[in-house]
Design a protein around this ligand. Structure first.
Ligand code: ZN
Length: 102
């Protein structure tokens, strides 16, 4: 498993949309120009679900090193980001609190 320091990730172009298929949010963000989607559930608190690759062309993920197909077929979980989902959610709650509200 690749070591990852979430606080050192260059997270850019964050956008948050209210999910239609469950109670929560889709958070999209770029890391090194690669797009990821973080599904976050909204209960009494925010619950981190999955973090998927959203690549427009087949390429290697710079975080997990797996070769990922373009969307929609390549939309699979990024295992490294997934293992840090609690830290990532803390990051978004701290830095994008205004976006994570209904
Ligand atoms: Zn990945």
């Amino acid at each position: 498993m690749t070591e990852l320091n979430v606080s050192k990730l260059q997270i850019e172009h964050v956008s948050v949309n209210t999910a239609s298929e469950f109670n929560g949010f889709h958070i999209k963000f770029l890391v090194d120009n690669q797009l990821f989607q973080f599904l976050v559930g909204q209960g009494t608190s925010l619950i981190p679900f999955g973090i998927k690759h959203v690549f427009t062309e087949k390429q290697a993920c710079q975080i997990c090193n797996k070769t990922i197909n373009a969307v929609p077929i390549g939309q699979q979980i990024c295992s490294v980001l997934q293992s840090h989902r609690e830290a990532l959610l803390s990051y978004f709650k701290t830095n994008y609190a205004d976006l994570l509200q209904h």
